[in-house]
Design a binder for this molecule. Structure first.
Ligand SMILES: [Cu+2]
Length: 291
């Protein structure tokens, strides 16, 4: 799965994806490890951003990946930042990898013993000047090989709204919160509003917005809900808008589903199933300490 970080990149990447369906994902050279094990992650840059050379690679490490250290590269500045005494982000910048170049970026760390034996996602931002591409290379901590791309469930229609790509992220055994995501398209000519979400997994499902302000991740509860403008698509995705399941009754387990009923002002209520995907670096747990 590919997330796009700017509108310019969206246009560029969709054109590129159509022109070359074989566009390689950014993945790890070795994508197999286990809870409690040391892992050396070697990221392989498959290409630049639509022809432009890559000048920055930024990796956000998932919760449960500790004692991380990054390997310096000639011609690149290396910077790490910490969160709660743990290296949470690595940035290589100032270099240049041509579009057809082959370059690797490596770091080492250790997976916590209490992580689930499923896929763990790292968030990687590849930047080429103004344009950036988002990647989620996976490492499998279980017997199954890592799944390097995921899709949500089937599309559901209610009134003028089409809901698609619904998914959640697996949570740690004692995590207090879980995140849910879906893409909502309003095919009508009147605006609608997502006013509430309900699930037996949580006594309180809130609509949140996450944004980076002055390099600090901020979380905002949207008590008025979320407008779905006429003719537009609103995407709830890691790092941005999301459903937040507070005080979850049980963990979200990869491969299972989380049902949630969404209520819209105009279209009414609809139940969707969130397909639970790998545990990832969405900042879901670390970004919610204020709650
Ligand atoms: Cu949230």
């Amino acid at each position: 799965m590919i997330h796009i970080a700017s509108r310019a990149a969206l246009a560029a990447a969709s054109a590129l994806a159509i022109a070359s369906p074989a566009m390689a994902h950014m993945t790890f050279e070795t994508a197999q490890s286990a809870p409690g094990e040391t892992f050396r992650g070697v990221l392989v840059l498959p290409h630049g951003c639509d022809g432009a050379p890559t000048d920055t690679v930024r990796v956000t490490l998932p919760d449960g990946f500790a004692d991380a250290s990054a390997e310096a590269k000639d011609g690149w500045a290396l910077e790490t930042s910490e969160h709660n005494g743990r290296v949470s982000r690595i940035v290589w910048s100032g270099g240049s990898v041509p579009d057809d170049g082959h370059e690797t970026f490596a770091f080492t760390g250790r997976f916590a013993t209490d992580l689930p034996e499923t896929d763990i996602l790292f968030a990687v931002e590849q930047m080429c000047g103004e344009v950036s591409l988002g990647w989620e290379p996976a490492v499998s901590l279980g017997d199954e090989p890592a799944d390097q791309g995921h899709d949500g469930g089937d599309a559901v229609t209610v009134g003028d709204l089409e809901l698609s790509g619904a998914f959640a992220r697996a949570t740690l055994p004692n995590a207090p919160v879980g995140g849910g995501y879906v893409t909502i398209t309003n095919t009508g000519d009147r605006p609608d509003r997502l006013v509430s979400a309900q699930s037996w997994f949580s006594p309180d499902v809130q609509i949140h917005e996450m944004a980076v302000v002055n390099d600090v991740m901020n979380m905002q509860h949207l008590p008025e809900g979320l407008e779905i403008p006429a003719g537009e698509t609103v995407t709830l995705a890691p790092g941005g808008l999301h459903m937040m399941f507070m005080d979850i009754a049980q963990p979200f387990v990869q491969g299972e589903t989380v049902p949630v009923t969404l209520t819209f002002e105009r279209a009414g209520a609809v139940e969707i199933e969130l397909a639970v995907q790998a545990f990832g670096a969405s900042g879901m747990t670390s970004g919610h300490e204020g709650h």
